[in-house]
Design a protein around this ligand. Structure first.
Ligand code: GUN
Length: 290
């Protein structure tokens, strides 16, 4: 899955995640149709969190468009952990299913860690299972979380030199920050993880040749936090009280300073979905020892 992407990548300094994701999705569709079997993806949604409902619908539709047999399993918000675990057990044993994704967050009262650990690691297309987290921590190949994987593909598409670069990851979540730092390290960057307790965040960010921001705080990164020419990847997506959708980076302030920058929306988001499809195909091929 390392073929060069042919879509327009950067318009001026703006990294076109939508176009890069569309090219990747088209590549995956070709590979799926050539595979000789239909990969299966099960997406489990518990409750009706509005954002999760939209994400799940987007993932299901994208999978179908790539030729993957997608199935969304909707469970009521009052589903017990035992019922959810039994659902996962059934999917683990279903040979038509290659990938299982349980949309997070889960309703209160359900232990997310226990649920993730119950997924067959070979079908864990989110890359959240402790076995896959361990593989990534050790720098071994495995199923890697979709958002950080998408960020790596964006960086590669921009042509930025990762090896030897000073990379700062702002945020230490299990879904983005930690796996992001591990992927950058595996690509030979010099990596710093900064977070809410970091002293002088702006100074840490200014050291970055590559700055990845994933903290969920609207426009926390200001123009004077950016090293001129740096590559800035904004993983945040925040709805402001006035209805506007903004990232964790003050885009208008930073766009003129960064060498390349992702917009919100249209940056990282579409890559997360495309990488889920890639992980599903990867899991399907690995399960068949292809
Ligand atoms: N909630 C927010 N991001 C993600 C993700 O990448 N996977 C899952 N399963 N839930 C999420």
């Amino acid at each position: 899955m390392t073929k060069p992407l042919t879509a327009p990548i950067i318009d001026g300094r703006i990294i076109d995640g939508k176009a890069i994701a569309a090219a990747l999705r088209a590549e995956i569709a070709v590979k799926v149709s050539a595979a000789g079997f239909t990969p299966g993806l099960a997406v489990v949604l518990v409750g009706e969190n509005p954002a999760s409902t939209v994400y799940v619908r987007t993932k299901d539709r994208a999978a179908r468009e790539a030729g993957i047999a997608a199935r969304t399993i909707r469970l009521p918000a009052d589903t017990t952990q035992a019922v959810l675990l039994a659902t996962i057990e059934a999917l683990n044993g279903d040979d038509t299913i290659d990938g299982i994704l349980v949309q997070l967050p889960l309703p209160k009262g359900i232990d997310s860690q226990a649920v993730i650990a119950a997924i067959d690691a070979a079908k864990d297309v989110d890359g959240f299972h402790p076995t896959n987290v361990g593989h990534l921590a050790d720098g071994r190949p495995g199923l890697v979380p979709c958002t950080p994987l998408g960020v790596m593909k964006l960086l590669r598409a921009t042509g930025v030199e990762i090896s030897g670069a000073r990379a700062v990851v702002l945020g230490r979540s299990a879904i983005v920050g930690r796996p992001m730092a591990r992927l950058l390290l595996a690509a030979d960057a010099t990596v710093t993880i900064a977070h809410s307790r970091t002293r002088d965040l702006p100074a840490e960010c200014r050291r970055a040749d590559i700055l990845i921001v994933a903290v969920g705080r609207p426009e926390i990164v200001r123009g004077d936090w950016i090293q001129p020419g740096a590559t800035v990847i904004d993983v945040g997506i925040n709805r402001l009280p006035d209805g506007r959708l903004v990232g964790d980076v003050a885009f208008d302030e930073c766009a003129g300073i960064a060498g390349a920058i992702t917009p919100v929306p249209g940056g990282v988001g579409p890559m997360t979905v495309a990488c889920l499809l890639e992980n599903t195909l990867t899991a399907a091929l690995l399960r068949r020892c292809l």
